[in-house]
Design a protein around this ligand. Structure first.
Ligand SMILES: Nc1ncnc2c1ncn2[C@@H]1O[C@H](COP(=O)(O)OP(=O)(O)OP(=O)(O)O)[C@@H](O)[C@H]1O
Ligand SMILES: Cc1ncc(C[n+]2csc(CCOP(=O)(O)O)c2C)c(N)n1
Ligand SMILES: [Mg+2]
Ligand SMILES: [Mg+2]
Ligand SMILES: [Mg+2]
Length: 329
């Protein structure tokens, strides 16, 4: 039987933590620990590997640098936090030139500057095959206000920023034509979403204003997978309403018939999905209006076993946790 990434990680979870300052260890988008009277610290690490997360044919060096930092900033956003510092570990094969490495750092630094983040260290090694870049990001959030997955409560509305499936559609185009291929305007939008995801920090900060605290997750492995994680962490059941799921205009015009697979299971959207009490919905809507993002209600949290279901006009289907799973591809 193939291993499952999530089952495996759960097995590594220590039964207790020595340090009483740890608020959340393994199990959310970032670790959370208390540091001062005003702020809690957030810490996360995500890694990109050549041929798994990118190929030279799908991403320019600048895109790889941007994305390696962006996916981590996205985890800070998913906690409602502000990113502050980062460290970079890189393993480099001889097949990568100095210019390409400069490009990676250019893409990363440009994004870091936009968020006023400081790069404070890292590590450099050689690699026998394939480039690896692993970024560790530290962030902060007002004391006791991290937006944990377990905050979802029965009765909450499920919300999503913008649309999903665009990154997977962009990847499909890139695998087909290569990054120097000819793309229509709409195709270029999809490609851009895949290569340069924009972390939703402003949106996470907007969500963090709501009291009591809401639940939030960023979408790396796919909408279905992330909602299953929310359901598991909060011991609730989640029902999605098919007619409420937003479909990006670029997907509607896409010749590919089955964009629903990309929407639910594609991954790497780095949008935010969460749950909010119905009475707080207008406040969230008002706060998100101040950002560049659209906000959609896509379902409701119910009591019951951790499960994600999709209610269509005629039928009800279970959305399995079958997004991207590193041990199952
Ligand atoms: N090898 C590992 N050892 C210990 N803890 C891990 C390991 N891999 C992941 N974790 C922890 O498991 C939890 C879930 O990690 P995961 O990487 O799935 O979250 P994510 O970063 O939100 O998702 P993604 O990596 O798909 O962007 C986090 O708390 C993370 O720190
Ligand atoms: C060349 C190429 N092939 C496939 C993919 C798709 N992909 C890779 S990892 C991942 C999930 C998120 O990763 P993680 O769980 O590490 O955050 C997805 C959707 C890609 N980006 N590039
Ligand atoms: Mg995450
Ligand atoms: Mg991770
Ligand atoms: Mg992540």
């Amino acid at each position: 039987m193939p291993r499952d990434e999530f089952v495996w990680i759960n097995k590594q979870r220590p039964s207790k933590y020595f340090d009483s300052h740890i608020i959340e260890g393994i199990g959310d988008d970032t670790a959370v620990y208390s540091s001062s009277d005003d702020f809690d610290e957030l810490l996360c690490v995500d890694t990109l590997i050549e041929d798994i997360h990118f190929k030279k044919s799908t991403m320019a060096p600048e895109d790889i640098g941007h994305k390696a930092l962006a996916v981590n900033i996205s985890d800070i956003a998913a906690m409602g936090g502000i990113p502050t510092y980062y460290m970079v570990a890189i393993a480099v094969p001889t097949t990568w030139s100095d210019d390409e490495l400069e490009g990676i750092y250019r893409g990363m630094t440009e994004l870091g500057i936009r968020y006023k983040m400081d790069m404070i260290g890292g590590d450099t090694v050689s690699s026998p095959r394939g480039l690896m870049i692993s970024v560790t990001v530290r962030g902060k959030v007002e004391k006791g206000r991290a937006l944990l997955r377990k905050n979802a409560k029965p009765g909450d509305l499920v919300f999503l920023t913008n649309t999903t499936g665009r990154s997977a559609a962009g990847l499909s185009l890139l695998l087909d034509k290569g990054r120097h291929g000819r793309f229509s305007m709409q195709e270029s939008e999809l490609v851009q979403t895949h290569q340069r995801p924009e972390p939703r920090v402003q949106e996470g900060r907007a969500a963090a204003k709501i009291d009591p605290l809401i639940s939030l997750n960023d979408i790396s492995d796919g909408l279905a997978s992330e909602l299953n994680e929310l359901a598991e962490a909060s011991n609730t059941s989640i029902e999605l309403w098919e007619t409420h799921i937003p479909i990006a205009k670029e997907l509607k015009n896409f010749p590919e018939k089955n964009y629903w697979d990309w929407i639910f299971y594609g991954g790497e959207d780095f949008e935010l999905v969460g749950t909010v009490r119905e009475s707080d919905w207008p406040i969230l809507e008002n706060e998100i209006e101040k950002t560049e993002s659209q906000l959609y209600v896509i379902g409701r949290v119910l009591e019951g076993n951790p499960l994600v279901t999709l209610l269509g006009e005629k039928r009800k289907t279970i959305l399995e946790k079958k997004g991207y799973n590193h041990f199952k591809q």
